[in-house]
Design a protein around this ligand. Structure first.
Ligand code: GLY
Ligand code: MN
Ligand code: MN
Length: 430
């Protein structure tokens, strides 16, 4: 396991060449007064270390024999009585395989020495203003020694550019964790579907999701769960989750658990009473077909935008078939006539962050899909009341979202809750 992180550091060192990379983990975040949000480490830092304590910094010294140094909290018997175990530098070095480790309190004293005569400094430039100022402080401390013949790095680069590329292609370990996160989250959606009934509250269904995540070891959701009954489904980031579910409405749930840092991201939309109405079914089948075509477009060598384009063609044709749009398909696509009903893109990279690291375009062109990439495929239709829309479709909001890995032979769908009309209705009957 430690080898895995050490190997990732070596791959970063290949990009770095001669120089020093500095990566800090995330700060703890105050919720109110002296209560904190549950701690979440920085994804880049975790990717390179596997170390989950707050107040930690990785310093990677590049060159022919790269070295990974950790700065972390010192052991403190009194604090550990209150807040729990700390590895301390020595423990962290042994357990996590760093070349050396130091107390975090020594960071400002040691960095100027580590940066002396190095040509290049890589860090997350501009991510945090206080951290930028601290880095400038180290550089100035090196420059202050210029008369003793020491030179400061001439070049500052954003370390995230390289790390985004590394994180974009998931290794076997990452794919296995993501499959498990997807399995846990799929179970949570199955449980939520069974729990939904007219008169229950959206937050009761949210509680079912959280129960399923946490009891399977996914201690945090990967993002705030969206549990959106009826018209709420047309609010893309609805998170109030506090209304009663109504007979005859759909329920859209967008929720996924985080396991060992890796996100799952699933949306299902189903009838609160277990039976799709005619108009709901008509719209649902369009979104389902759009999703099937988009998933089929996930292929090695295909461009990033191919699934989106496949979904747009089906959704636009479907809106035409429902009588909501009129005109030639090609013209409607050209004019983006679908935009009032489908205003988001069909997916995003998925990994340690739910909207994961990695560029979508390179030199102005959509990126090619490569085995090991993981993305979501999540078309939808959101039919808010309007004069141009036949009334039976008002307030129908549907999204269907799965997590998909690009494989050598095509694609593998990681997520599995029921999604055809027949399967959803059968599952809800129990
Ligand atoms: N749940 C966030 C998204 O679907 O992008
Ligand atoms: Mn998503
Ligand atoms: Mn989602």
């Amino acid at each position: 396991m430690n080898d895995m992180y050490a190997q990732r550091r070596l791959r970063l060192a290949d990009h770095l060449g001669a120089g020093v990379a500095v990566l800090a983990t995330a700060p703890e975040a105050v919720r109110n007064r002296d209560s904190h949000y549950p701690y979440r480490y920085d994804s880049y830092f975790y990717y390179l270390t596997g170390f989950v304590e707050p107040e930690a910094v990785l310093v990677l010294v590049g060159g022919v024999a790269p070295k990974g140094l950790l700065f972390c909290r010192a052991r403190d018997p009194e604090r550990e009585v209150w807040d729990g175990y700390r590895h301390g530098p020595q423990g962290a070095q042994e357990k996590f395989g760093f070349d050396a480790a130091y107390p975090i309190a020594e960071l400002d004293a040691r960095l100027p020495e580590l940066l002396a005569d190095q040509p290049r400094l890589a860090y997350a430039v501009g991510h945090d203003a206080a951290w930028d100022a601290r880095v400038l402080g180290w550089l100035n401390a090196v420059r202050a020694k210029a008369r003793s013949g020491v030179a400061a790095p001439q070049e500052i680069v954003d370390v995230r550019l390289w790390l985004d590329d590394l994180r974009l292609i998931k290794d076997a370990h990452e794919l296995a964790v993501m499959q498990r996160a997807a399995d846990i989250s799929s179970d949570a959606h199955r449980r939520a579907m069974r729990a939904a009934h007219p008169g229950r509250y959206e937050y009761e269904i949210e509680a079912e999701l959280l129960h399923a995540f946490v009891s399977a070891g996914a201690r945090q959701p990967a993002y705030t769960s969206i549990v959106a009954g009826g018209a709420h489904a047309c609010v893309l980031h609805y998170v109030e989750n506090n209304a009663p579910l109504k007979d005859g409405d759909l329920l859209l749930i967008d929720a996924g658990g985080e396991l060992d840092g890796y996100a799952s991201d699933i949306t299902r939309t189903f009838p609160v009473n277990g039976r799709f109405s005619g108009p709901q079914k008509a719209v649902y089948e369009i979104v389902l077909e759009a999703q099937a075509r988009a998933i089929a477009a996930v292929q090695p060598g295909a461009l990033w935008n191919a699934p989106h384009e496949a979904a747009l063609a089906v959704l636009t044709q479907g809106l035409k078939d429902l009588g909501i749009l009129q005109g030639e398909l090609s013209g409607l696509l050209e004019q983006e006539a679908y935009k009032p009903y489908y205003m988001h893109r069909t997916g995003h990279w998925l990994g340690l962050d739910v909207h994961d690291a990695g560029e979508y375009k390179r030199a102005g062109a959509w990126r090619e899909l490569v085995p090991g990439m993981v993305l979501t495929v999540e078309p939808g239709l959101y039919l808010r009341p309007s004069e141009s829309l036949p009334q039976p479709y008002w307030n129908i909001g549907i999204r269907i979202e799965d997590d998909v890995a690009v494989t050598a032979g095509g694609q593998h769908v990681l997520t599995s809750p029921p999604k055809t009309v027949v399967d959803i209705e059968a599952w809800m009957r129990g």
